[in-house]
Design a protein around this ligand. Structure first.
Ligand SMILES: Cc1cc2nc3c(=O)[nH]c(=O)nc-3n(C[C@H](O)[C@H](O)[C@H](O)COP(=O)(O)OP(=O)(O)OC[C@H]3O[C@@H](n4cnc5c(N)ncnc54)[C@H](O)[C@@H]3O)c2cc1C
Ligand code: FES
Length: 252
């Protein structure tokens, strides 16, 4: 069921100079969302903008999104006043299946930190073993972190110098560990291959450019391996069939 809600922005904080974190009131979305799902948020531009759900509070009926300013839509949404209302469609997409294992490594790159944060909170609250690896460009981008996390920066001015692979290389996961990753495609490819080399399952979230967000316009298609013989690949819609896919399934 795709439902649009008019929601109140209850709180807005700036996590970094160009990234806002909004707490939004909507008991329905907070109650139904699972980690890896996203919402499509209206702005004055023609199309809604997709954002991963970063946290939910079922008791108070709120959820959070993080917005990094990259263009006009995100600039407008990141500067929205507390108390304003916004139109939100969601929760959308399929999310991570966190029931598949009792042990997870979560890996985020850039704004992937937001959906991965929701997965972390859910796994932590359910008592499962979870290790967080966060990759950022540099210290100025570091957000939603804590002392228990492994943090890497490309610049080396915070945490381990290098990509999140440098962080993953500090770990010795057991064979039941499942890796979940959200970030830029080259990063997810590297993380997927890191997991594959160790015989671990890996799920990635494809943050393609989107329009409708509900499977109608086909703007967001990506290629997956075809099951039928003689067909090189099939197309799937990242918004509706994903955004979460098995790394082995997607053609990156
Ligand atoms: C499923 C999903 C979840 C997302 N979650 C988050 C999130 O939690 N936090 C967050 O800050 N952003 C997230 N994004 C990206 C966010 O939706 C875009 O940055 C936003 O739509 C850009 O809108 P704009 O009007 O500001 O920029 P535009 O003017 O539309 O674009 C400005 C620049 O951003 C690039 N861009 C636009 N959309 C994307 C995209 N999907 N992926 C990569 N680059 C893009 C454009 O190529 C262009 O260079 C997510 C995207 C998807 C598809
Ligand atoms: S964004 Fe329209 S089909 Fe995915």
């Amino acid at each position: 069921m795709n439902q649009e809600y008019t929601c109140k922005v209850l709180k807005r904080v700036m996590l970094t100079s160009d990234t806002a974190y909004l707490t939004i009131g909507c008991a329905d979305i907070a109650g139904r969302a699972i980690p890896g799902q996203f919402v499509n948020v209206s702005c004055s531009g023609f199309l809604k903008r997709p954002f991963g759900i970063a946290s939910v509070d079922k008791v108070n009926g709120t959820f959070c999104i993080g917005i990094k300013i990259v263009g006009e839509g995100t600039k407008e949404l990141a500067s929205i006043e507390e108390g304003s209302t916004i139109n939100v469609l969601g929760p959308l997409g399929n999310g991570f299946d966190l029931g598949v294992s009792d042990s997870f490594i979560l890996v985020s790159g850039g704004t992937g930190v937001f959906p991965v944060n929701f997965a972390y909170e859910t796994l932590r609250d359910s008592g499962k073993k979870v290790t967080m690896v966060q990759g950022f460009r540099d210290k100025s981008q570091v957000c939603l972190t804590c002392d228990d996390y492994i943090v890497t920066t490309d610049s080396g001015d915070y945490g381990i110098k290098g990509t999140c692979i440098a962080g993953l290389d500090t770990l010795s996961p057991d064979e039941n560990t499942v890796v979940c990753c959200v970030g830029p495609i080259p990063m997810m490819k590297a993380v997927g291959n890191w997991a594959k080399d160790r015989g671990l399952r890996c799920y990635i979230s494809m943050e393609q450019r989107m329009a409708c967000g509900i499977g109608i316009c086909l703007v967001c298609v990506c290629k997956v391996k075809a099951e039928e013989e003689g067909i090189p690949f099939n197309h799937v819609r990242c918004c509706k069939d994903g955004p979460v896919f098995d790394f082995e399934e997607v053609i990156l």
